[in-house]
Design a protein around this ligand. Structure first.
Ligand code: CUA
Length: 474
């Protein structure tokens, strides 16, 4: 053992003169020139002043002395954060002393500790019997093992979570981003769970107290790098998820190319569906596949909530005027039967507030609409109806006679001459244009008499039906 280059400076803190005197003679007798007693402090203030002025290497505190509140003393000492050793010695319990890093040492260990003290620096790394010290290499080994366990547990959890079917098969376009988001969240949750539980269980098992070990653990005062890390990583994670969540929400609200509107009304305890385009009212929701349905949700009484699990998206139906109408966009992607559930506690029969949701092919849906709205499934018959409804007959006959405009009889496929000298074959595109935009081409021999907005109230489907009707008039 190396000899110290200068005597170790010792400060004694006790209000009992006998304690100080006894300790002084004991130390001098045992260590002779290696030790210099720089002072005796009789209270906390004196001790702190002496700490400042004398710069002692070791301070020995009377553990039993009420004047020295050791909690306060240690708190103020730690504040000064000097490389200093403190020993708290109790005469009432001479078997034990407490050193400032909070280990409790037996009297025999104190002697050993004091022997090593002149060369040990800083005190925390001094190899001390009874105290568990972990070298850098061993710490790295523990970290690698725990890290591998975290990866393994994460993988197992993700595999397990993927086997559990939390939601039924997705059947709408809007379900895609929602399922993606759910998947990502489950993966991150699995990792965080593994990170916390693996480190906790590993520490409990590997670093548990060995039999006969009565020492205290190392006392650690903060770790700024670690604290910044565990603040920044969750902060960035949460911000990233809020961004992804907002993007996913926007994706579920994207407007489709073709939209059919349905007014959905909830009431205790049933659903009603109204198709304003066709004047249909029903208690089962029928939708064509791959066409976006824009649902306008409202309630007649309390708050209900429209939810078809296969479609994922969910929206409340609120009572009140049109300001309280909530929209929900659903683009079904799979033909089939589903069920709408009420997802808001709304009274006694809440659990039974269900209605059938039927996703059909476009053709089946058109046929259903035709039947429900009293229309034929035959486009020619429907076209004839529109011919009457929109009063096309006022100007266009079906028997070849001429009124204000050309007769529909034999029109389809014939060659039509225009006032500007050009001509064309009357095909579907030409007929469609002439109904939608009558002034585009004026047929020779007729006045430009058709009002430009005549077909404003007609849907494209109705216009196509009328064309089918014209085609049938050979
Ligand atoms: Cu309606 Cu619950």
């Amino acid at each position: 053992m190396q000899k110290p280059p200068r005597p170790q400076r010792v400060l004694i803190a006790s209000s009992h003169p006998l304690f100080a005197q006894g300790l002084r003679s004991l130390l001098l007798a045992r260590y002779q020139r290696q030790v210099e007693i720089v002072g005796v402090a009789t209270n906390l203030e004196e001790a702190l002043v002496a700490l400042e002025r004398q710069q002692p290497d070791l301070i020995i505190v009377d553990y039993d002395d009420q004047v020295f509140n050791r909690e306060e003393f240690l708190a103020r000492f730690v504040e000064s954060a000097r490389k200093l050793r403190v020993v708290l010695i109790s005469l009432q319990n001479p078997e034990e002393a407490i050193v400032y890093d909070r280990r409790t040492l037996a009297a025999a260990q104190i002697e050993h500790w004091l022997e090593e003290w002149p060369v040990a620096e800083p005190s925390r790394t001094a190899p001390t019997p009874g105290a568990v010290e972990i070298s850098g290499r061993r710490a790295m080994k523990h970290l690698v093992i725990a890290g591998i366990l975290v990866i393994l547990v994460t993988a197992l959890l993700i595999a397990g979570l993927e086997r559990v079917r939390l939601l039924p098969e997705a059947a709408a376009l809007q379900a895609v981003p929602i399922d993606w988001m759910f998947g990502l969240e489950f993966k991150v949750i699995a990792f965080l769970f593994a990170l916390i539980v693996v480190f906790m269980v590993y520490s409990i098992l590997v670093f548990r107290r060995k039999p006969g070990d009565t020492s205290d653990a190392r006392h650690i005062e903060g770790n700024p790098k670690l604290e910044v890390t565990w603040t920044l990583i969750p902060l960035i994670t949460v911000l990233a998820f809020s961004f992804l969540g907002a993007r996913t929400l926007a994706e579920t609200q994207a407007v489709g190319d073709k939209v059919i509107e349905v007014n959905v009304t909830g009431a205790q305890w049933a659903w009603r569906f109204e198709y304003p385009d066709w004047g249909i009212v029903t208690n089962e929701l029928r939708l064509p596949v791959n066409t976006q349905a824009l649902l306008h949700l409202s309630s007649l009484d309390v708050i209900h909530s429209f939810w078809v699990p296969e479609f994922r998206v969910k929206q409340d139906a609120l009572p009140g005027d049109e300001r309280f109408v909530r929209d929900l966009r659903i683009t079904p992607t799979k033909i089939g039967q589903y069920k709408v559930r009420c997802a808001e506690m709304c009274g006694l029969q809440h659990a039974f507030m269900e209605a059938a949701v039927i996703v059909m092919s476009q053709a089946d849906f058109d046929a259903w609409v035709a039947t429900e709205s009293g229309l034929s499934a035959d486009p020619v018959a429907r076209g004839q109806k529109w011919y009457q409804t929109y009063a096309c007959y006022t100007c266009h006959t079906t028997d070849g006679s001429v009124k204000v405009g050309p007769s529909f009889k034999g029109l389809y496929g014939s060659t039509v001459k225009f006032t500007d000298g050009t001509s064309t074959t009357a095909d579907e595109a030409y007929l469609f244009e002439s109904i939608r935009n009558p002034a585009a081409k004026i047929v020779e021999g007729f006045p430009p008499a058709m009002p430009p907005n005549i077909a404003e109230k007609m849907s494209d489907d109705q216009v196509r039906d009328v064309i089918e009707f014209i085609k049938s008039l050979k």
